[in-house]
Design a protein around this ligand. Structure first.
Ligand code: ADP
Length: 490
């Protein structure tokens, strides 16, 4: 199985054998542009080239022939919005990345017009610039003739999954899956179809939208010119839903938290559509048999990205890995808290106006305290999500399965166990996003027979047990809550 895992910062490709073990993985980073304050853009052609090259290098690294590949699974950064010309295949604007805030004003005006209730009811989402709907509208409003051309079927919209599949199949397939479509704010969460009311709200013509197909099933064939042979594309899921699947969380009550650029906690709720009273999102989980599967999700915008900021902007660490020893070089937080609200705060606060804040600095505070506070903020934000999830479901999580790049940090994992008072379970393979996409494609093509077979592949890497007292936990968490209030100015 070949998995294409197109993330926010890099495009990765991974190859898996029938035993579910990864045999090769290659990646290419690509550029992110910040043309104005709060704007985030990427180049869709650069993403495609980075992804294709990573796939070719992965085959070469494994010494695999293209005819050895049974199928391709695709997983992707979600919400990021691309509009292109159907005839030439050229994007008409830069890709607007999920983190981009350019449509915050539009979203505020929708909220003040009282649209929140209807949007939540239809889509499961909280009105925010994060989702694709307002981003598509922005492109149609700002590129000359775009709306008329979209109405005439000359322009196509896609998230990155749709774009890559369209490129791979030479324009034969213009499709997406429910896990991605549920993040556009245009899909009716219940029916799994485009919602006419939402299309009207964002003034998006139906003619430009991809067909919504199942997450596991053959949707087209990647042309031989790309990888050397025609290979079926047979799995699609947004990165967080792919990670949920890759963690073998197929049933209600199972959950995972991914620590990458942001943090995303998902709890599987089965065929029951969740309704959050605590400002979490209701979303579609990947499904293998065409039935609707749901999850409740907490999204945090800045997690590992805070570590990148320490490295690239402050320059107080040289590598992300170094944050672990820096944090351990001090015996406690020294009263310092860091709220990395660089792009506002996501769940459960949804405050687009909050900004990054460091509190509790004294004459004795050192760079190590700031590094430690940045790592701790990732764990505190996760506790905020877990508390909201438990309040919603009325059930206590006994343990949390984790994955993503920042889970390599043992200090962070131990602090997470401490501040949650729960066991943290890190699997042997933390690249569960790529694995999930491979699973979906493998089930569709009969390489794997059942969820039970996939469950048997899942292996524990390391378990972190909580070590601090409840009192200590409460005192630390109260300090975080106070820092969040300051970051929000409330
Ligand atoms: P994405 O899929 O969002 O691109 P990854 O899962 O590849 O993200 O994780 C990369 C993120 O994790 C980066 O933001 C990086 O700063 C952070 N990261 C990677 N290694 C470490 C580490 N050892 N300690 C802390 N953060 C880390």
């Amino acid at each position: 199985m070949l998995s294409l895992d197109e993330g926010t910062t890099s495009a990765r490709a991974a190859l898996y054998g029938q035993d579910g073990v990864r045999t090769a993985m290659e990646s290419n980073a690509f550029a992110c542009h910040y043309p104005q304050q709060g704007w985030v853009e990427q180049d869709a052609n650069e993403i495609w080239n980075a992804q294709l090259d990573a796939a070719r290098r992965t085959l070469a690294a494994a010494g695999a022939k293209p005819t050895d590949i049974a199928a391709i699974g695709i997983t992707n950064q979600r919400e990021t919005t691309i509009v292109w010309d159907r005839r030439t295949g050229e994007p008409v604007a830069p890709a607007i990345v999920w983190q981009c805030r350019r449509t915050a004003d539009l979203c505020e005006s929708l909220k003040s017009r009282g649209a929140s209730g209807d949007v939540a009811e239809r889509t499961g989402l909280v009105i925010d610039a994060y989702f694709s709907g307002s981003k598509i509208r922005w492109i149609l409003d700002h590129v000359p003739d775009a709306r008329a051309r979209a109405r005439d079927g000359e322009l196509l919209f896609g998230n990155v999954d749709t774009w890559l599949i369209w490129k791979l199949t030479g324009g034969a397939a213009h499709v997406t899956d429910p896990s991605n479509a549920s993040r556009t704010m245009l899909m009716n969460l219940e029916t799994g179809e485009w919602d006419e009311e939402m299309l009207r709200l964002f003034d998006v013509p139906a003619a430009m939208l991809p067909r919504i197909v199942g997450s596991s099933g053959v949707v087209g064939v990647a042309q031989a010119e790309h990888l050397g042979a025609g290979i079926p594309v047979a799995g699609i899921a947004g990165d967080q839903q792919a990670a949920l699947f890759g963690q073998a969380c197929f049933r209600p009550g199972l959950s995972k938290n991914t620590y990458g650029t942001g943090c995303f906690a998902l709890l599987h709720t089965g065929s029951a559509r969740p309704v959050s009273k605590n400002r979490l999102l209701a979303t579609r989980a990947a499904s293998t048999n065409g039935s609707a599967q749901f999850a409740v999700e907490g999204s945090v915008f800045i997690a590992g990205a805070a570590v990148q900021w320490l490295r690239d902007q402050l320059g107080i660490i040289k590598t992300a890995e170094e944050s672990e020893s820096a944090a351990e070089s001090v015996s406690g937080n020294g009263g310092v808290y860091f709220v990395p609200a660089f792009t506002g705060l996501g769940a459960p606060y949804w405050d687009m106006g909050a900004r990054g804040t460091i509190t509790g600095l004294t004459r004795g505070s050192s760079p190590a305290h700031i590094v430690r506070a940045a790592l701790e903020s990732i764990a505190y934000q996760t506790r905020d999500l877990v508390e909201a999830m438990e309040a919603d479901s009325g059930e206590r999580l006994t343990e949390l399965r984790v994955d993503g790049g920042a889970t390599a940090n043992n200090f962070l994992m131990q602090f997470q166990a401490d501040i949650l008072g729960r066991r943290i379970v890190r699997p042997a393979d933390i690249e569960t996003t790529a694995l999930g996409a491979a699973y979906l494609a493998g089930l569709a093509t009969g390489v794997w027979k059942s969820a039970a077979e996939l469950e048997s592949f899942w292996r524990v890497g390391r378990v972190f047990e909580p070590r601090i007292s409840g009192n200590e936990q409460d005192t630390l968490y109260a300090g975080w809550k106070d820092a969040v209030r300051r970051a929000r100015g409330v």
